[in-house]
Write a protein that binds this ligand. Structure first.
Ligand SMILES: [Zn+2]
Length: 175
């Protein structure tokens, strides 16, 4: 695989590999309509020699004010919080990794949020858009690279007018 893991414990490496397996299975049996070039980019990241994506451990104490992950270029930083199954919730690792892979494939925030929530349930660790995410969507005219959202109905459609996902009611508090 063309994910190069750096700085993880052996337990974390196992968790990242499991997440990759879950994502690969869904890629083989798509949970929702997915634009072809996004499928091809995700396949290339997971199965081809190029692009090579560095996945780096970012540490942190896993607390609620710390990030789950960040990405830039062909680099993903995963923080402790992405690995910790907090009280009442599952480890978010697979949806978090998938969210960042969509960014690496050139997705904007709306693309990553839409496909994360279309591919994974909240029980599996997907997280609906927060108030901050909705502010980003608004700044970006409710558009992504592959999808757009109607802020009133919260329906996400791709540019071929296929329904990708319907976000739950917008949060009134920070999340
Ligand atoms: Zn994002």
């Amino acid at each position: 695989m063309a994910l190069r893991l750096r700085g993880f414990t052996s337990v974390h490496r196992r968790d990242v590999r499991r997440s990759r397996t879950v994502i690969a299975r869904r890629l083989a049996n798509l949970p929702c309509p997915v634009p072809r070039d996004l499928v091809e980019s995700l396949r290339a990241i997971l199965f081809a020699d190029r692009p090579l994506v560095d996945v780096v451990y970012g540490g942190g104490d896993g607390g609620p004010s710390t990030p789950y992950a960040r990405s830039a270029g062909y680099r993903i930083v995963l923080y402790a919080r992405a690995f910790s199954a907090t009280a009442g919730g599952p480890a978010r690792l697979a949806p978090v990794v998938f969210h960042e892979l969509v960014h690496i494939a050139r997705g904007w925030e709306l693309d990553s949020e839409a496909f994360e929530n279309a591919w994974f349930t909240q029980e599996e660790g997907a997280r609906p858009p927060t108030r901050e995410d909705w502010a980003i969507f608004q700044e970006q005219q409710y558009q992504g690279w592959w999808v757009r959202v109607d802020p009133r109905t919260r329906r996400v459609m791709d540019y071929a007018d296929r329904l990708i996902h319907v976000f739950p009611a917008r949060p009134t508090r920070s999340g």
